[in-house]
Design a protein around this ligand. Structure first.
Ligand code: T4K
Length: 377
């Protein structure tokens, strides 16, 4: 096994990089225009291109996904408490806190690892104004059940779709569910603009308000109509994004192939659970996540994570720790472990394996063999 060390570190992902000539071409266009930010030509084109790729009626680009979420919450005028998942990246609960809202943590579904829609109702109080659900690892939430409970109680629904670029349910873009969805365009995402993100929504009336909120609330040279923030994506980000977007379909194909290899290699290993494919769902191919059941595998997830590092394989324990365990959220009553039994178990078991088109078939076979070789050691 010791001879299997990779020459160079293998990370959980690598950014999709267009040929440098493509990027310099975009830079030349931007230089010639002398227009670097504030809704320039690249921004306008990318907004339309994203709209069409995601099959959504309205899109608004941002300098990063987190600011996008902060603005989404402002645009819907949310307050009080918002029900969310503890199994996510820190940005999800933090955007609530930045809006003066208390995150209320609801347990997750064992299969999808998304918020358990069946448990949301029991978390609703008179202060609840919305549900902030995450399509974690690009797997869609139970959008129908969430819509039902939201309608019954008059709650807004925001989806953190940071991982779900390209996810579809029966041909429908994931960004068309709920009131607003946020996609992250961070460098580590399938599609990226170095840093960046976007909001998508069905209600066209929201477009003007969101555009104002991301530009300081400036309506025109004479009027500032609300306390907005600076959430604008600049022309260099948008130009690079336009080049990256043309590569996404091919990258998805490569990832699909690599995922199939992982599935074949790891699918029947005792103690390793794969993510189940859901019928009618088109994947975003953002992450490849396995669960390691320590009792069956003979080793904990943490041990696997550590034992792979000497072989230059750097997996990630996304999304450990649970948000409900952060020191800033521990005191919230819903953070108690007995309220979150499934999340508390799942967070000990998930491991994101290296997954990006730049890996070869041989790399994926080698990583899989290394994991299998650890069993029982
Ligand atoms: N909601 C959810 C559910 C999210 O997952 C995220 C972001 C957000 C909201 C917020 O969206 P943004 O505001 O970020 O748009 C990374 C990303 O920074 C973060 O965007 C992402 N989620 C999260 C899941 O992953 P880290 O702390 O894991 O990043 P880092 O720097 O450790 O990178 C991971 C690996 O990627 C590295 O080991 C090597 C590789 N890498 C990374 C970078 C930045 C490269 O090869 N090149 C690079 O340039 O958070």
């Amino acid at each position: 096994m010791e001879n299997n060390k990779f020459e160079k570190p293998i990370y959980v992902t690598r950014p999709l990089l267009p040929p440098i000539s493509d990027v310099t071409g975009k830079l030349e266009e931007i230089w010639a225009s002398q227009w670097l930010t504030n809704n320039g030509a690249q921004h306008q084109s990318l907004e339309k291109e994203i709209q069409s790729f995601l099959k959504v009626p309205n899109t608004c680009l941002f300098n990063n996904g987190t600011i996008g979420l902060i603005v989404a919450i402002q645009s819907l005028r949310l307050s009080g408490e918002v029900i969310t998942t503890p199994f996510t990246f820190p940005a999800t609960p933090h955007v609530l806190t930045w809006n003066g809202i208390t995150p209320i943590f609801c347990d997750i579904d064992e299969q999808t690892m998304n918020i358990d829609a069946g448990k949301i109702e029991s978390m609703i109080t008179p202060r609840t104004t919305a549900i902030l659900a995450v399509h974690v690892f690009g797997v869609p939430c139970d959008v129908a059940a969430i819509e039902t409970v939201a309608r019954r109680y008059g709650l807004k629904v925001i989806y953190d779709a940071a991982h779900a670029f390209g996810t579809e349910i029966n041909g429908r873009g994931i960004g068309t569910f709920g009131d607003i969805s946020m996609f992250s365009f961070h460098a580590t995402k399938l599609f990226h603009t170095v840093e960046g993100g976007c909001l998508t929504f069905n209600d066209s009336d929201l477009k003007q308000r969101i555009d104002l909120l991301k530009n300081f609330g400036i309506k025109n040279e004479d009027e500032v109509v609300m306390p907005g923030i600076n959430g604008k994506m600049n022309e260099v980000q948008a130009g690079i994004g336009r080049s990256v977007l043309t590569m996404v379909p091919d990258e998805m194909k490569k990832r699909r192939h690599l995922r199939d290899i992982y599935n074949v290699m790891l699918g029947s290993v005792s103690g390793i659970r794969l993510q189940k494919e859901i019928s009618g769902v088109k994947d975003s191919y953002q992450y490849y996540v396995i669960r390691i059941v320590a009792d069956e595998f003979g080793m904990t997830r943490d041990e696997v994570y550590e034992r792979l590092q000497p072989f230059n394989v750097f997996t990630r324990k996304y999304f450990y720790p649970l948000a409900s365990d952060y020191t800033c959220y521990r005191q919230i009553p819903s953070s108690a472990r007995d309220n979150l039994p499934v999340a508390s178990q799942v967070v000990q078991e998930t491991l994101s394996l290296p997954f990006y088109g730049g890996l070869s078939e041989e790399d994926v076979r080698k990583i899989s063999s290394l994991i299998i070789g650890l069993q029982g050691r």
